[in-house]
Design a protein around this ligand. Structure first.
Ligand SMILES: N[C@@H](CCC(=O)N[C@@H](CS)C(=O)NCC(=O)O)C(=O)O
Length: 188
């Protein structure tokens, strides 16, 4: 049985929750209080961050690495395309998450000067993306959607039209619906 060291408010943990749920993998959760992290977490991840998964003696941090591992270990349903070039594009989108959205998101959260404009720009670039990601479901969506949900549902940011519609469509997936519930509980 896989154990996920988890925190509801953590979007990186949400990436892993989404893949575990999408693939129907049974797991147990150990919830970490990020304000008061237990010392033993550093034995599992020297950076002291969540998510971490553990299975017997195998311990793995880093959401993108965990999700690639889960994809290989539990190939169905596939969350990477079959075509190598398409897979590479998905991996590129994940690799570029920080520059495409993450850095602007956290700058906005920290209320840095110019952050709102920077975020608007990032969202408009994502919104204008060609068909393919982010408009086919898979690991790239999983890598971005937790932040889009938090922007819209916690921070009250209006998403551009195509991204908003995409998020509405994705809400029909049980894994995404469950994450929307997690975020709704954070807002209470
Ligand atoms: N690169 C890591 C980032 C994980 C991360 O930043 N997690 C945050 C919670 S959202 C955390 O544990 N923060 C504690 C800290 O920074 O010390 C991943 O992809 O898993």
């Amino acid at each position: 049985m896989i154990t996920l060291y988890d925190a509801d408010r953590c979007p990186y943990c949400a990436r892993v929750r989404l893949v575990l749920a999408e693939k129907g993998i049974e797991y147990e959760t150990v919830t970490i209080d990020l304000q008061d992290r237990p010392e033993w977490l550093y034995e599992k991840n020297p950076l002291g961050k969540v998510p971490v998964i553990e299975e017997d003696t195998f311990v793995l941090p880093e959401s993108d690495v965990i999700n690639e591992y889960l994809e290989e270990r539990y190939p169905e349903p596939a969350l990477l395309p079959a075509d190598p070039a398409a897979r590479a594009r998905v991996r590129l989108a994940i690799e570029r998450f920080d520059v495409n959205l993450g850095d602007a998101y956290y700058a906005y959260r920290r209320r840095e000067d110019g952050a709102a404009d920077r975020l608007t720009h990032c969202l408009s670039v994502l919104d204008a993306a060609e068909p393919g990601w982010p408009f086919e479901y898979g690991l790239a969506d999983v890598a971005y959607v937790p932040w889009l949900i938090r922007l819209r549902n916690l921070l009250g940011v209006e998403l551009p039209e195509r991204l908003a519609a995409r998020l509405d469509d994705l809400a029909e997936r049980p894994a995404i619906a469950a994450e929307l519930d997690v975020v709704a509980a954070l807002a209470r």
